[in-house]
Each structure stands twice: as C-alpha cells, then as structure tokens.
Design a protein around this ligand. Structure first.
Ligand SMILES: [Zn+2]
Length: 538
C-alpha cells in the first residue's frame, strides 16, 4: 500500500468527527473570553469573507506583548518565554521552534494587526502560562482549565417542569427561597468564584417557570428561577454532582385536556437524545402519572458536600489500560521495509506492561494481546469497564514526508471537540463524554507532557519539538479517565522503521514510557482536587 494509504489509515480512521450539539444559533460577532478575572470579549471582523480578530486584543488576555518585528511588515508576540512572529500577508507563523500554518494570512489593516480565528487554537496556547481552550461552537475562549463546568437545561412536562443543573465536579450549592410561591423566585447559589458554562438563560418556558438565568454575583454564581402563575411546589433531588429542581404544577391537567401543542412538545422531548428521564421509571408523558419517585430530597447543605472518604487513603494509580493500535486485518501504517504498525506497537505495549507489573506492581490490561481486530469504541469501553486509572493508546506514525520523524503524544482538547460538534449525531454521547473527560483534561495533559519528554530523550527529537498535540482521536473520546495517544515514531521513515522493529529500541521506548508513567504517578499520588473529583465519580 502507498504511504498515503498508511497515512490515511492511521489518521483518518482515528479522526472521526465528533457528533453534534444541535444549537441553532447564529454565531455572535465576538468571542467571549472567560478567565478567573471575569469575562471580556474579542470582536470579530470580516475581511473578504474571512473572520479575523485583532491580534493585540487576543494577546492582551494572556498577558503576551506585541512588538514591532525586525522586518517592517512583521510583529512579534511574546509570552510564556516563547516568541511568535506574525508577518503581513503570510499565513505561516514561527512559534518557538515550530512553524504553525494558519487558515489564512495575517493582515495589517490601518495600523492594526488581524489574525484568523485558528490563531486562538494554534498559537495562543503556546504563548500562555495557563491553559487556553477555544470552543469554536460557542465562540468562547476559556483561560485556565481548572474551573467547574456547569450546564443547565429545562424540561417541560405536563405535571411539572424540571431544571437540571449539571456539574463536572462537586460545587457547594445552596437553595434560597425554597418556599417561594407562584410568581416568586427560587435561587440556587453555587459557591464558586468562576465556572465555565455555555448556558445563556431561557425565557417563556411555560406557566410553571417563566424564566431561568445563571448570573455571576460577587464570588458566587446564582441560578435564578422565576416562577410562573401555575407553580405549586418544589421538590429537589441530587443527580451526579448537580441537582434537579422539580417544579411541580399547581393545577395538573387531566388526561386529554393537553393542547395539541403541548402533546407535540412532549413527543419531541421524548425523542431528544439528551433526555434521561426514562431512567426514573415513570411514564411522564402520561398527564395523569404521579410525580416521579424522587430518589432523595435534597436538603440544603450547611457545609460543602464532602467527598466520599477513601478507605485506602490517598489516590493511587492501580490499573492501567494499554491499547496497542490497530490489529487483525487493520494493519495500521506499513514501513517501506515491510514492518507493520500493529505488530510494533503490540510488542512495545507488552514490554511496557512487563516493566509496570514487575517494578510498580500496577495491574496492566492490554486491549488486545494478540493480532485481533477491535473497534475504537471497544478499546475505550474496555478501559472503562475495567475501571482503569489511565488509558494509553500506542501507535506508530506515518507521513507522506519521508523524513518526518520523532514521537508525539496527544490528548483530547475542549476546542477540537467543540469545533467538530456541529451537525447530526448522538448529542447525549457527546455531552456525557464531554462532562466526563473535561475533568481529566489536566491530568491527561500532565501525562502527555511527561511522556513526551521521556520519549524525546530516546527518539532524539528535542530539536524539532513535535510537542503535545490535542486532537479528537475517537479512541480517546470514549475513555472516562485520563487518556493519551502516543505515536512512538514514524514507521514511514526508513531509519525509524529499522529502529522500531529492533528489540533493543522497543525496550528503550518501553523504558521511556515507564519513566513518564512513574513521573505522572508521582504527580497523581501527591493528589490534586481534580484527582479526588475523578475518584469520587467512580
Ligand atoms: Zn495508528
């Protein structure tokens, strides 16, 4: 098979666009910027049909400085100890040792510099000292990843209206005015100075709830639920890290009196994939149905809810799933000398497993321990089922550029998932995954970073830092634990192919992966709040 075929196998098969969040709103002509210090915006301008943003404004949010370059039509942007050089009319941007290709050229217009939107994903993160995530779908730039992600949605049913508040981690919350009557207001205070959300409020929901908004107030956020004339009473229940407000209707319509419009609403709601009411058992489309059994009344916590105590003490790294890429009929990339990716990566994974088991006593599970076929979804499902603490997918790279070489480590990003979530598909899957994986982002990036450092020492690619890349690899998408995808080297490069098929070199790579994992284990077991959150979700 040609190099291109291998390239395609390795990339295109893995690059499955994520399914969609069906939000049919016209994109706003500015980018909302969210950081610990509050919110801001970057205006979007259009130049011959291309959306662009002012460079200085974008740079200001990460504290990067923009200065005239050595050439007349160039500027340098510096931050985080790195420099990026932007030239008028050029779409390539040298950033430290890398060359980044933007979707369209930078422009100097009336003394002001403009760059295309992918500057936010391709350049800005390198120049920032904190995490930067751009969610194209929401037109939202998020600085600093360590905030709770909160989403709100409402669901109308004949007998009650439900408001779901979901969070990717535990946020202390309190309900005020739970005794409010029709026409009054119920408030849920979330004790966090900052959160990430795409929720923008709702109005005219029904006659039980008139309006819902989520507002920042001082060092907290408040979910404000304005009650309608037919509101009767409130029942609350916990759900994951969040809460559900069941706003019970005062006058329950009897069977058959629902308007055609109401019934239609119900039908469409039941088809909505994001609808999880089924798990609660009662047929709520039946207007005579009793109010669903509430699993647990939620009483206002006087103190923040505690994490479940861990009988084994602090978090420990116990189980690791290794995923040798490809297998069976799917060979992966093939080198000119005939080496197959599927064989090379299996051999490396087996060596890596031996080191982890004998030296650390960690339980290691291989998604395949032979030449078998596995779908990408099965691989992640395997790691989930085995309650793994880590998921590491191992591959060998291929490129039409024969001299491409070196290792790369990938983890999943918010931005790439949001950008790809644009049409059709299983929304629920996406949202659930997003909620699950978001809390692991920091750990995935830590693991990717240390593994890449250790691999570079072996593959000798320090000069050309291929860096940690974030990508929508479907195999990572399904994992509900910190997950990375490792490309150990280019099998399409003749020299690396030779190395990759030698036992010596495979052992060196396994040792590098091992050292990376030991470093990560240290970080992990020292424990951060994110670790504890993840464990509490088990
Ligand atoms: Zn591969």
């Amino acid at each position: 098979m040609s190099q291109w075929r291998h390239w395609n196998l390795c990339r295109v098969v893995l690059f499955v666009l994520l399914p969609a969040l069906t939000i049919a709103q016209p994109p706003p002509h500015e980018i909302r910027v969210i950081s610990k210090d509050g919110t801001g915006s970057i205006p979007i301008s259009e130049f011959s049909g291309t959306e662009m943003i002012p460079l200085r404004r974008a740079a200001s949010f990460i504290g990067a400085s923009v200065r005239p370059g050595s050439e007349p039509n160039a500027v340098t942007v510096s931050g985080n100890g790195k420099l990026a050089r932007i030239s008028d009319g050029k779409n390539f941007v040298p950033v430290a040792a890398n060359l980044v290709l933007l979707q369209s050229p930078a422009r100097l217009v009336g003394g002001e510099w403009f760059v295309p939107l992918d500057f936010l994903t391709k350049v800005l993160p390198s120049l920032a000292t904190e995490a930067v995530a751009y969610r194209g779908n929401d037109r939202m730039l998020i600085l600093g990843a360590d905030y709770p992600e909160v989403e709100v949605r409402s669901h109308h049913a004949p007998t009650f209206t439900r408001v779901f508040l979901d969070s990717d981690r535990v946020v202390p919350l309190a309900i005020e005015d739970a005794e409010a009557e029709a026409g009054g207001v119920i408030r849920v205070t979330l004790d966090t100075p900052f959160l990430r959300t795409s929720y923008r409020g709702e109005t005219n929901i029904d006659d039980v709830v008139e309006r819902i908004s989520l507002e920042r107030r001082g060092s907290t956020y408040v979910l404000v639920v304005e009650l309608g004339e037919n509101y009767g009473s409130l029942r609350t229940e916990r759900r994951g890290n969040g809460i559900v407000l069941n706003l019970v209707r005062s006058r329950v319509p009897t069977r058959g009196t629902g308007t055609a419009e109401e019934l239609e609403w119900d039908l469409s709601e039941r088809d909505e994939p994001g609808d999880e009411e089924a798990e609660l058992g009662e047929d709520e489309s039946n207007p005579n149905a009793e109010i669903i059994e509430l699993r647990e009344d939620y009483h206002l916590p006087a103190a923040p809810p505690e994490f479940p105590s861990d009988p084994d003490g602090p978090a420990r790294l116990r189980i690791v799933t290794l995923d040798p890429g490809h297998g069976g009929a799917e060979t992966g990339a093939e080198g000119q000398g005939g080496s197959l990716e599927k064989g090379v990566v299996l051999s490396i994974c087996r060596r890596f497993r031996r080191l982890l088991q004998t030296r650390l006593g960690i339980r290691v599970i291989l998604t395949r321990d032979g030449d078998s076929d596995l779908s990408l979804d099965e691989r992640a499902a395997f790691a989930n089922k085995n309650k793994s603490d880590l998921f590491i997918s191992v591959h060998a790279d291929a490129s039409p550029r024969r001299n491409a070489r070196g290792s790369s480590v990938y983890f999943l990003s918010y931005s790439s998932t949001a950008q790809n979530a644009s049409s059709g598909g299983d929304d629920l899957d996406f949202i659930l995954w997003h909620m699950a994986q978001a809390s692991h982002l920091r750990q995935s990036s830590q693991l990717a970073e240390v593994m890449q450092e250790e691999l570079q020492a072996v593959t000798g690619t320090e000069r050309v830092n291929r860096g940690i890349k974030q990508n929508t690899f479907r195999v990572l998408k399904g994992a509900t634990m910190p997950a990375v995808l490792v490309e150990v080297g280019f099998i399409s490069n003749t020299e690396e192919e030779r190395l990759l098929s030698s036992a010596d070199y495979q052992e060196k790579l396994a040792e590098a992966l091992y050292r990376g994992l030991v470093r990560y284990k240290d970080i992990f077991e020292r424990g951060g709040s994110a670790d504890r959150t993840r464990r509490s979700q088990r």
